[in-house]
Design a binder for this molecule. Structure first.
Ligand SMILES: Cc1cc2nc3c(=O)[nH]c(=O)nc-3n(C[C@H](O)[C@H](O)[C@H](O)COP(=O)(O)OP(=O)(O)OC[C@H]3O[C@@H](n4cnc5c(N)ncnc54)[C@H](O)[C@@H]3O)c2cc1C
Length: 456
């Protein structure tokens, strides 16, 4: 391929993959290069095996967050088709177009190995009323659950189809983007490449780099919120009436004390709790599998409170990072605590966790989350656990496990027009790196959208 290409895409996460897919499927003559600092899919491997390597060893390139498939490669593969959460793409492109694009992505996933998976929906669910009667709100969505295993298969099929049409350059971090007006020069190591159009799709792991690009090119940015909380793990039976019907119930609660909103996030029926490494900070997340043989006896989900700082302190992510660092300092990584211990004001010990009726699926350090989480956030989480206990009795049992901390970092919002184009002509920013999306479905849809704009 010559050193000037039509489109260079930075980042091979869902945003970058679907942009590349749409470009070369609709116009196979387009010369498209995709850069990713991480590995090709088959080379992505997290060394944590629960035996020799029990917790994160901070690899130079994190295989969970980087490489083909992006942060979504080992995710639970929940594609939420909704404008109610997962990003604000609809504010740029309109509600109907956003939903149409998410459905289009779903069709591609179904024709690339995802067929046979279930599409859950809140439409007509009786749970909506039960939630309302208990001061909870159930958000509306259709949820395609691929599961971690099928999600991987879909990515594999997409790569097989694209590899001869797109020039993938893995293990290649783009250092710099220069505006040649017209076109762009991307520098990586000692090399560079010129392109007519550039799509940046660097996700959460590329947030700091994205900030430097915006500084270099004078692109306006705004700080975004951060979500802080815990991951709850309970016996799967307690939530089965919710997860069997909806797979994932997105439930919101307004606390009585502070009137803060606490919400459930990323529900994994019969799943596992996992570590997540963001720029060297270890937080917690969850997975589940479509394959019955890999299912566990537990369901996990996050309870999160959003915080957005503006004046005089603006660094919402920095605030979240400090809290996560504190948990890493006290626990050497993720901390686990029984709900009963938390409300009694005592730390969980190895013995108490061993005697717990809920067997933890993540090897975390027993400790005290009240030494880590700010009171306002912790009070909100405790209030919500009692509220959930009304619709799913048993949620507030003493043996319910809480892992902390879970932090959802959001990239700063990059100033973009309705085409997701920056003030530099032909420079687009999509996916989680733009601050516009924070989910697989929205990030993928933003990739298709921009590809179509470029093809126009
Ligand atoms: C464990 C886990 C589970 C999740 N589960 C779900 C779920 O079930 N449902 C859901 O909707 N969302 C889920 N998410 C979130 C979802 O994965 C992201 O919203 C989605 O991947 C965002 O896609 P993206 O393309 O914008 O960015 P990413 O997927 O983050 O991809 C960005 C890519 O850019 C590369 N990159 C960054 N900087 C550079 C650079 N300078 N040069 C070259 N390459 C670079 C990175 O290596 C990365 O591969 C999960 C996330 C995690 C971590």
């Amino acid at each position: 391929m010559s050193s000037r290409v039509d489109v260079a895409i930075i980042g091979a996460g869902p945003g970058g993959i679907y942009a590349a897919y749409e470009l070369v499927k609709k116009d196979p003559t387009k010369r498209v290069v995709v850069f990713d600092s991480g590995y090709a899919l088959e080379k992505r491997h997290c060394p944590i095996d629960g035996k020799k390597v029990k917790s994160c060893i901070s690899c130079k390139v994190c295989s969970i967050m980087n490489g083909f498939g992006g942060a979504g490669a080992f995710s639970d593969g929940k594609y939420n088709i909704t404008n109610d959460f997962g990003g604000s793409l609809y504010q740029y492109i309109g509600r109907q177009e956003a939903i149409d694009l998410m459905n289009y992505v779903d069709e591609i996933n179904m024709s690339h190995g995802g067929e046979g998976t279930t599409l859950y929906s809140t439409a007509g669910s009786s749970l909506k009323k039960v939630c309302m009667q208990n001061k909870l709100q159930l958000l509306e969505a259709s949820v395609r659950h691929l599961g971690t295993d099928k999600n991987y298969v879909v990515l594999q099929h997409l790569y097989d189809e694209l590899k001869d049409l797109v020039d993938f350059r893995f293990e290649t971090k783009v250092d710099r983007v220069e505006d040649l007006n017209p076109g762009y020069r991307l520098s990586f190591g000692d090399e560079s490449l010129e392109c007519d159009t550039c799509i940046i799709s660097v996700g959460r792991s590329g947030s700091k780099w994205m900030e430097s690009v915006c500084n270099d090119l004078d692109i306006e940015t705004k700080s975004n919120r951060v979500d802080i909380g815990v991951r709850v793990e309970i016996p799967a039976e307690i939530f089965s009436h919710i997860t069997d019907e909806l797979y994932e119930g997105k439930i919101v609660y307004r606390t009585e004390k502070f009137e803060d909103l606490v919400r459930t996030f990323c529900m994994n029926p019969k799943g596992i709790v996992v570590n997540e490494n963001t720029n060297g900070i270890i937080t917690v997340n969850g997975h589940s599998f479509e394959d019955d043989s890999r299912k566990t006896k537990n369901t996990n989900f996050a309870l999160l409170v959003s915080k957005h700082f503006s004046e005089p302190f603006k660094d919402s992510n920095g605030y979240g990072e400090s809290i996560a660092r504190l948990s890493n300092m006290l626990g050497g990584g993720v901390i686990v605590q029984r709900f009963g211990d938390l409300v009694r004001g005592r730390r969980s010990t190895t013995k108490r966790i061993e005697e717990c009726t809920v067997q933890p699926t993540l090897n975390a350090t027993p400790g005290d989350l009240s030494l880590v989480l700010p009171k306002r956030i912790l009070d909100g989480i405790i209030e919500m656990i009692y509220a959930l206990d009304q619709i799913a009795p048993g949620t507030a049992n003493d043996d319910t496990l809480l892992y902390g901390v879970e932090v959802k970092f959001y990239n700063m919002s990059v100033a973009l027009d309705q085409n997701l184009e920056t003030c530099h002509k032909g420079l687009y920013v999509i996916g989680d790196g733009s601050g516009v999306t924070h989910s697989l479905s929205h990030a993928s849809a933003s990739g298709v959208y921009v590809a179509r704009k470029i093809l126009e």
